[in-house]
Design a protein around this ligand. Sequence first.
Ligand code: SIN
Ligand code: FE
Length: 293
Amino acid sequence: MDGLETIYIEDWENQISQDIQNKAVTALEAGKVVYFPTLAFPIRSKEQLLFSPEKVDPKSKNISYDLRNDRLSGTSSVGEEAELLKEMIRRYATTCRKFVDKLIPIYTRGLVQARTSFRPVEIAGRKSPSYRKDDTLLHIDAFPSSPTNGHRILRFFTNIHPDGKPRVWNVGEPFENVARKFAPSVAGPFLGSSWLLQLLKITKGYRSLYDHYMLQIHNTMKGDAEYQKNVSRTEVRFPPGSSWMVYTDQVSHAALSGQHVLEQTYHLPAGFLQNEQTSPLKVLEKVLNKTLV
Ligand code: SIN
Ligand code: FE
């Protein structure tokens, strides 16, 4: 498939050839999903009991872990079970990090560790509090409380479903098409609103014009039923035992069904990219003909 770069690697720890390194970074930055069909994350037998949606706190979508402070959140588990969850997710976080450092060494110095998550809830049929939170609709990632100021959102996923269930995604049109379709009609923010949002701690940090546009594009895409119905997309099925990596701020995606994945988020300042011109920031600035951060 066009939007997918397939790389066969079985081992998280082996050295990775220059050739594969180049292939991966070029594909990622061009807005492809880098797919590792044979990169499975080993689960220990005592961890099998964690594979249940009931381990998620009803107020949360996923169970989260932050390697920076070793904190687990979003779970109803306590005591030994919470420790077991933490250990599994932490192992994924550290394994992923070492792998990404080997796969794309040019990112290593810039890559900012963010949340790791375990997603044991079936996506299909899951109720969302609002359409804006419904990830079964095609969207690019942008979050109301977490402005990036142009830093990239890079995500790594592994399907660990024990019974063969794939994670099914739709991948939509290239970012430039999305930007040309939605950005020109986005209204600018109210004067002073970014300062106010920060002051009231509604946003963690300052919501730049870039973040304003990205969030509005995210919301308008999801809310546009006509667009959701008609835009071209490709269905991708990620089976258990596979992993994939993608710039979710750039690649239009929808998660349709599946259960039990591990996910790692990183942020990357744009200066570490091999080619900044393909970044959502540069593309949006070109489309709108103005500076956004
Ligand atoms: C998303 O980023 O929209 C969700 C991806 C997933 O959980 O598969
Ligand atoms: Fe998303």
